[in-house]
Design a protein around this ligand. Structure first.
Ligand SMILES: Nc1ncnc2c1ncn2[C@@H]1O[C@H](COP(=O)(O)OP(=O)(O)OP(=O)(O)O)[C@@H](O)[C@H]1O
Length: 251
């Protein structure tokens, strides 16, 4: 197992409030890692720390390291555009741009200087196929993306992320706004994508974590209480708090 992301003594503060405490763990390449835990315990904060999205929030301070491929992303020389090219992100609410399906997918590649039509066409077909959306939209690529269903929009957003050729994909509760069938399709897609990408997913759905993830981290009050192989964590938790949480006793 190769470590893709290594976290060393990572702490994060919003002003005087410490939101993350002494995180230490590693996320493996081409695996799905799930973050579970009650609301407000730091899962999204940590997810946003990986691609330094928290830099956009005033008064955020961090201590410690997050290394991707052995490079500390908090190194002062880190190029943020380059970092976010490597680390794509998918949010809870599908957020396609108010453009056509085609223009959504090629948005990132165009910014990165690709302008040849044949090349853009190839990216659109390849990433929509990877996102299991091609067959549903291939005859209407010029239609508005906002006319798609929620589940289709979320798969389009994933195609848009894939088009920038990341190697890590962060997903913050990507299925919570979707119906059960769209959720199932999204879970199948995540399992397929892990053949090529390292995936980190925040989920409130413990069944979902068990269906799709290899490792699970249980967050509580800004600490990672337990981090283990998913099956092990759910079947034989070693910490009392984990056992109570997965039994539904709080949260
Ligand atoms: N922009 C912000 N400014 C100040 N405090 C914040 C900010 N974002 C989050 N926090 C605080 O950090 C803590 C962790 O929040 P975070 O959103 O990371 O938790 P979470 O586990 O992802 O919750 P949820 O499951 O509800 O999304 C909370 O106390 C929250 O109030």
């Amino acid at each position: 197992m190769t470590a893709k992301i290594e976290v060393h003594d990572f702490n994060l503060f919003y002003g005087k409030n410490q939101a993350l405490h002494d995180l230490n763990f590693q996320l493996n390449e081409r695996e799905v890692t799930a973050f579970i835990g009650p609301s407000g315990c730091g899962k999204s904060t940590f997810l946003r720390s990986i691609n330094r999205m928290n830099d956009l929030i005033p008064n955020v301070k961090v201590r410690g390291q997050i290394k991707i491929d052995q490079q500390n992303v908090y190194d002062p020389h880190q190029d943020l555009v380059e970092l976010r090219k490597h680390v794509g992100m998918v949010f809870q609410q599908p957020n396609p741009f108010p453009l056509s399906i085609y223009d959504n997918v090629v948005y990132g590649p165009r910014i990165h200087g690709i302008s040849k039509k044949a090349e853009l066409n190839e990216i659109v077909e390849r990433t929509l196929k990877q996102a299991n959306l091609w067959d549903e939209v291939k005859d209407r690529l010029d239609a508005p993306a906002l006319g798609l269903s929620g589940g289709q929009q979320q798969r389009l957003v994933i195609a848009r992320v894939l088009a920038i050729q990341p190697d890590i994909i962060l997903m913050d509760e990507p299925a919570s706004a979707l119906d059960p069938i769209s959720t199932e399709r999204l879970e199948e897609l995540i399992i397929q994508l892990k053949e090529s990408y390292t995936i980190v997913i925040v989920t409130h759905n413990m069944q979902q974590a068990q269906r799709i993830s290899d490792q699970t981290a249980f967050f509580l009050n800004g600490y990672v209480v337990e981090f283990a192989q998913t099956q092990r964590l759910f079947q034989q938790p070693t910490q009392q708090k984990t056992a109570e949480y997965i039994a539904g006793q709080f949260g």
